[in-house]
Design a protein around this ligand. Structure first.
Ligand code: UT7
Length: 331
């Protein structure tokens, strides 16, 4: 379902944070039966960041917002709403967003977590855009943050080589311009495939034959890979076509960084050139809801992403859910 938008929302700042500790492929070679060569060839990942034992998702999110404030000089004490996309909240209750509100000393703000796995950050932008357009709220913090290392089984070589920790934040504000930064959005979900990547909760129904009760992430990588190449490439093509843009008009394609091979294949199938794709998977691995802001911010900081550029942000993964945002970068 693609939607042409009314939007008055401007993205006015971006910031990120990743923990200091590095988990390299060489480290993983000592932990499971794998090799640097296999990991690099199959995923493009060289290393990932791992949160300290006493560092949780809310800590990473707060650091990302502080990074944003230092770089852009923006105030956040007066935000109306905080939306955190995460699959690895510190606790189920209270929300990470409420912890962020407390940690940053924000006075009167709504605070919710949303869970759309690797499509979380783009889904949160879509929600924030709607709230700003309604006129009820004028300033919203949108954050994607994960501490996947805390729910990764480091004895399972099919998942532990993939995941890393990090957080990215943007500030979205209602502007006066007739056209905001957000140009078009899209969402698709195929819940029947949900058992291909899951983190178990209360119900055994997600994978009754093989329920993992540890609440760690379980993935049938091959199935998710096939879905990404077929269905996600279709979703991207539809969003571009229905919003009236050619792949060549996109300055930067910022897909969820799950696997470099998937990013390259999505480019191939959608007609977007690999040079247009932003990836930070080599340094950070798969950081789920944080991967899009991490890849985007790296390119903002090194001057590749510039005001006026057309960006296609595209999240996809657990659900199975995909969520796209076409936007004009203006800072
Ligand atoms: O972010 C949420 C969404 N998730 C994704 O988008 C992930 C999508 N999937 C993937 O990225 C890839 O499927 C993986 C990177 C997870 C796996 O790559 P693959 O090319 O699909 O490998 P495979 O699962 O087909 O496994 C190929 C072989 C198997 O051995 P056999 O059966 O051929 O003998 C695996 O057992 O590679 C083996 N293998 C490994 N070997 C060395 C699996 N993991 C490893 C490993 N090191 N870490």
């Amino acid at each position: 379902m693609e939607k042409h938008l009314q939007s008055n929302a401007a993205i006015t700042a971006i910031g990120t944070y990743t923990p200091d500790k590095i988990l390299s492929n060489a480290d993983l070679e000592r932990m499971v039966d794998t090799s640097d060569e296999w990991i690099v060839q199959r995923t493009g990942i060289q290393e990932r960041r791992i949160a300290a034992d006493d560092q949780y998702t809310s800590d990473l999110c707060i650091r990302a917002v502080r990074n944003m404030q230092e770089r852009y000089g923006v105030q956040v004490e007066d935000v109306d709403y905080i939306i955190v996309a995460t699959s690895t909240p510190d606790n189920v209750i209270p929300s990470v967003a409420a912890q962020v509100q407390a940690g940053l000393g924000i006075k009167h703000s709504g605070a919710i977590d949303i869970q759309a796995a690797c499509a979380g950050f783009t889904s949160a932008i879509q929600l924030a855009n709607g709230l700003l357009l309604s006129g009820v709220y004028r300033k919203i913090l949108v954050i994607g943050g994960e501490t996947l290392s805390k729910v990764t089984n480091y004895e399972d070589r099919t998942t532990c080589i993939l995941f890393g920790d990090g957080a990215g934040a943007i500030l979205m504000e209602a502007g006066t311009a007739a056209e905001g930064d957000i140009l078009a959005i899209s969402s698709h979900t195929e819940g029947a495939g949900g058992h291909h990547v899951y983190r178990s909760g209360l119900s055994p129904s997600i994978n009754a034959a093989d329920i993992d009760t540890t609440s760690r992430i379980v993935q049938n990588g091959r199935e998710v890979y096939k879905w990404a190449l077929s269905h996600v490439s279709e979703g991207i093509t539809e969003l571009l076509r229905d919003s009236g843009y050619e792949p060549s008009q996109i300055n930067w394609f910022v897909p969820h960084n799950a696997n470099q091979r998937i990013i390259d294949a999505l480019c191939d199938r959608t007609g977007i050139s690999e040079q247009q794709a932003l990836s930070s998977i080599e340094r950070y691995g798969n950081t789920s809801a944080a991967s899009i802001p991490l890849a985007l911010d790296a390119a903002v900081q090194d001057g590749r992403v510039l005001p006026g550029h057309l960006l296609l942000l595209y999240g996809f993964g657990g659900g199975l859910t995909q969520s796209g945002v076409l936007l004009r970068w203006s800072i």
